[in-house]
Each structure stands twice: as C-alpha cells, then as structure tokens.
Design a binder for this molecule. Sequence first.
Ligand SMILES: Cc1ncc(COP(=O)(O)O)c(C=O)c1O
Length: 254
Amino acid sequence: MAGLNVVLVNTAPAYLLTPQLLKTTLAAHPDAKGLVLNYPSNPTGATYTHAQLRELAAVIADTNLLVLSDEIYAELSYEEKHISLAHLLPSQTVLISGLSKSHAMTGYRIGYLAGPAPLMTLAGKMHQFMVTTAASPMMKAAEEALSPAGAGDAEAMKKVYQQRRDLMMAALTQVGFSAPKPAGAFYIFAKLPAKFGEDDVQFVYDLAEHARLLVPGSVFGPGGEGHVRLSYAASTKNLTEAAQRIQRFVAQKE
Ligand SMILES: Cc1ncc(COP(=O)(O)O)c(C=O)c1O
C-alpha cells in the first residue's frame, strides 16, 4: 500500500535470519528501508536465542533500517525467556504485539505498537482516522489480562501448548514428517513424508477431507515448498483426533 518493494528472504532450513544472510541481502538491496521480523515465528515456530538476536542486532545497528518486529508470540517461548529487539535497538524498532496469543484473545482486535515517539505520533494520527478505537468490552478484557489477575495466564497456557507441541511432533514424526522442534509460538512447519513429493498444496487438499489443521507451506513464500504448517492452538482432545486422522491418511496413501 505504501508503494514499497518487498524482498522475500528464504531462511530455510532453520527459518532464522542469520547475520550473514542479512548482510548478503542488504548488499543486493542497498536502498532497503526496513526489515520485517517475526519471532517466535508464524508459520515455523522458530525463534532466536539471546546470542543469535544480539548478533543480528549488531548488524542492524550498523544500518539505517527501521525494523517492524512482530513479537506477538513472545509469551510462548519454550527455551529461553523472550527478549524484544526493542530492548536492544530502541531507536530502530517498532514493536508490534497484542493479546491474541498470550491470552487467547484472537478476534478481540486488541493490539499495540511501541516505538520511537515521533513515529508513534504519526501512527496515532493514521490510527485515529482509520480505526477510531477498539470496542469498549474488548478494552475491559485487555485491562483484566494486563492486570495482576491475568499476569499468570500466559505462563499456564505456555505449559499446555508445550505439551500439545510434543504430542503433535511425536504423531507427525512417527509417520515420516520431519520438522525442527519449534522453540516458540504454536506451529509446526513439517516436511512431507518422501512418498508425497513436493506438492504441498495437493497434499493439503487431499487431506482436507480427513482433518482440517494444515496449511500448505508454499503459501508462506520461498523455502515453504514440500512443507505443511500445523497449528496446535486447539484442544488436546481435538488434536489427538486430528493426529489419528493424519496418521491414517498418510498410512493409506500408496
Ligand atoms: C505473527 C502474527 N502477528 C500478528 C497476528 C495478529 O493476531 P490478531 O489479528 O488476532 O490480533 C498473528 C495472528 O495469527 C500472527 O501470527
């Protein structure tokens, strides 16, 4: 909408932007104005270790890039505590977040930005005329989520999601999918068992009759071909049923 040119960067197989990959991309696009980062990631569940994030931040600090850092899955980090890029590079980062994931408030339309004050003033002007405001009942819910009463909710949810991740990882690997173990968010980005080849779209259509959990990996951009994204933001009962359906489908296919 702003007339910018989008350059997609293939981060497979670890799905992390390395300092080297960023340097190579910037060398090919010296006019780059900004960088969109998302960690923990939708669709891969990948996230940066503290050391990796610091190394990446050091490269960004040497540029004029403005980073739009979508960290909406911050509370769902299974290995290390999440660090925001806004903490490391406050003058170059616009943090995007919300309560959809930490407090299961998808659909409430409550999100927020945090960034350098002059930019936030401009974002406020746009917002006022495009959106006006979030609905009052949703703001009440957000207030409760952010109060001491809601402070422990994300931690409890994280434990449940981690169990669901382990359940689905085990079910998928048992029938020949392979995926890096997600360190955050609630997605598994799995390579199809070899007998299905590279056509992730066809696989998802065929499977749609049996379980509706999967999105073809190729819709997320280069590096996604031959993969599928599974979301484990569903009840453990439904996930158990879905795992059985996926396993039956894979086993039946010649
Ligand atoms: C990376 C990322 N950012 C932001 C959102 C926005 O969530 P919502 O519109 O529900 O607040 C999502 C939801 O799927 C997401 O995956």
